[in-house]
Design a protein around this ligand. Sequence first.
Ligand code: PLA
Length: 453
Amino acid sequence: MASSMLSLGSTSLLPREINKDKLKLGPSGSNPFLRTKSLSRVTMSVSVKPSRFEGITMAPPDPILGVSEAFKADTNELKLNLGVGAYRTEELQPYVLNVVKKAENLMLERGDNKEYLPIEGLAAFNKATAELLFGAGHPVIKEQKVATIQGLSGTGSLRLAAALIERYFPGAKVLISAPTWGNHKNIFNDAKVPWSEYRYYDPKTIGLDFEGMIEDIKEAPEGSFILLHGCAHNPTGIDPTPEQWVKIADVVQEKNHIPFFDVAYQGFASGSLDEDAASVRLFAERGMEFFVAQSYSKNLGLYAERIGAINVVCSSADAATRVKSQLKRIARPMYSNPPVHGARIVANVLGDATMFGEWKAEMEMMAGRIKTVRQRLYDSLVSKDKSGKDWSFILKQIGMFSFTGLNKAQSDNMTNKWHVYMTKDGRISLAGLSMAKCEYLADAIIDSCHNVS
Ligand code: PLA
């Protein structure tokens, strides 16, 4: 089309004369991309390559994944990427678990095919993932009350559940913690599910605002969905205590709310898969109906394989069958069926006692390394900072992240002056930190904290 509109010289046609009927690019029919110039007797029409997408403005960079893009563009050798929650070795290299390589080798040896999976995903994966969450032999599993379908990791699984909520609970609100993982809001916005926040983090105590949380959950309209981080709350690293979980379950039950767990770090918080599933299991024991999204990005290091699941615990096997059929109906027009590779890795690792043991050992190693750098960062801060500031909150936080309390200007200083890349809410991923870099990071934090307001 572009070439037919470009003509130079005295024979050129005015834009209005070209494709008059075909070009309906503006309200008046004029083509905004054609510019006409009159040079004495020569009329020249030059077309700028037309785009139908002029109305599409530039989207802002993603607050988390955009940080990795900025990091890549920085050429300074001191640079440190503490933005995305991705595990790195002490040498700051990505890590593929040995047990994952072993499972992949097995798959190659077996010559597994590349046929489509069913819409709900790999059966062996769905069975194993629900068992990992609730514990094999749990009544909800034995009585077939869980609708599990494989999702595109945690994000895709959350999105499926959000679509189910939008379709079957019109107008119901989802309550999310303030703050929460940035993408939660996008997921519910895109699914057209209304949400509001419940109090969670108290900047004064750098701890959990438990009273506020309970009050807000109590005040939410009956039958709301309450989004809870199963363990290792992102971004704060602050989890309720077991006693507080009991109270949360009490109010959720009292108000007939529907819990919606996001379990993205099972095994990464405490190092124990069972301990990290305790919150979910507490709700299951009460016979409640609820959602659980799972991810294997972090605990099995399968980030790019996009492997996770959505589980809906129902009060009967019959309800679970119906819910599952509707989840499949949502998935089919979105992506048809999920990828097989990651599902096979998880199914192999979880389904083999030896490999399962190897996985646990590697996960403990990863969780352990994060704990060690957490301690080293704390030690460096305490020994270098002469202001008397209490840094003990760093040790109290758990999981991959530390919520430093640095504000946006201070976080900008971390990046612009120190080349430390982090999210603007003050979160740093300790999984991307090495022992060798702790002192440098402490210097950057102390400078940003005391010299920038
Ligand atoms: N839920 C929470 C609470 C998360 O922190 C993340 C990932 C996910 C779900 C989804 O991960 P998945 O889709 O890969 O399974 N959060 C990361 C990455 C690690 C991200 O933002 O996508 C983060 O840096 O916060």
